[in-house]
Design a protein around this ligand. Structure first.
Ligand SMILES: [Zn+2]
Length: 286
């Protein structure tokens, strides 16, 4: 792949789904990505204290093959990959399978090296991913679920941790506003253009601490490149490079790099997307 200059690329949205059995594939993949200019990948790592090997799939969208352990307890292996990666990975704790004493569990994991938080807003069965709701999965009330999510946001804001939070602005726009009103200093990325660009643009217009990413949107962007290029240019300080790649799928990251270059964005906008906005979202110095 042709590269223009030494452009730095940061992917804010990958998932682990990988274990120590894939160490060689991961190491080789990261070396290839480094060649292509990728300096950092934020990788979401799941922990699962309660669910069995069938139940976990109620909280995982279809189409992602897991090569890691069947119970999705990825923390130890992701932190080990991070140590081996020469600082190329930025591990973020995926909290979707935590409930109950989430605060204490999270604090313990952060002492081990996690640097950000991932969540998924699943208050009912009508979410865009067709997943089970958290209240139904764990037998808790909606009120308990919201209290738990708010504790996570408060922890992230107090510790200046970035939060990647999958949430549909079309369906849950009011709740999105409630989060942003209550946590004005929280750096939060609602990925996939907040699921709906029209609804989400009102959020971006109102809240300067809200970010988004292009992860999983490649087919949509390819179908309508001019419209997405316009959106990215309009919100040029808010859209981050992200891919939804699993840690053993470096080719997906390369596909997304090519996709961004194919948009022929103004150079400064492309740089913001590839590294400027990811740095601000993750809280890294320029
Ligand atoms: Zn994702």
């Amino acid at each position: 792949m042709e590269r223009i200059g030494r452009q730095e690329i940061i992917d804010v949205h990958c998932h682990c789904f990988t274990g120590s059995g894939q160490t060689e594939i991961v190491t080789r993949g990261l070396a290839g990505l480094r060649e292509a200019g990728v300096i950092l990948l934020a990788v979401m790592g799941l922990v699962n204290p309660d669910l069995d090997a069938q139940e976990v799939w109620q909280l995982i969208p279809a189409g992602f093959e897991n090569l890691g352990g069947p119970l999705f307890n990825e923390a130890a292996e992701l932190l080990e990959f991070t140590r081996q990666s020469d600082s190329m990975l930025f591990p973020m704790l995926d909290t979707r399978m935590l409930h109950g004493q989430s605060q204490a569990a999270i604090e313990q994991l952060f002492r081990l090296g996690f640097r950000g938080i991932k969540g998924l807003y699943l208050p009912d069965d009508a979410n865009d991913l067709s997943l089970s709701s958290i209240p139904a999965t764990f037998g808790i009330s909606l009120k308990q679920y919201l209290k738990q999510e708010w504790e996570i946001f408060a922890f992230a804001e107090a510790n200046e941790l970035p939060v990647l939070y999958h949430m549909d602005a079309n369906r849950y726009g009011d709740m999105m506003r409630a989060i942003l009103d209550d946590f004005p200093r929280l750096r939060i990325n609602f990925p996939h253009f907040g699921i709906g660009r029209k609804a989400f643009s009102q959020i971006l217009d109102t809240y300067p601490n809200a970010f988004t990413d292009i992860a999983y949107m490649r087919p949509h962007i390819q179908d309508n490149p001019a419209s997405y290029a316009d959106f990215i240019s309009h919100y040029q300080t808010r859209v981050c490079f992200g891919t939804d790649a699993l840690l053993y799928q470096p080719e997906i990251v390369l596909n997304y790099i090519e996709l961004v270059r194919s948009l022929k964005l103004p150079a400064e906008v492309e740089t913001l997307l590839f590294s400027g906005n990811p740095r601000r979202f993750l809280g890294l110095s320029a």
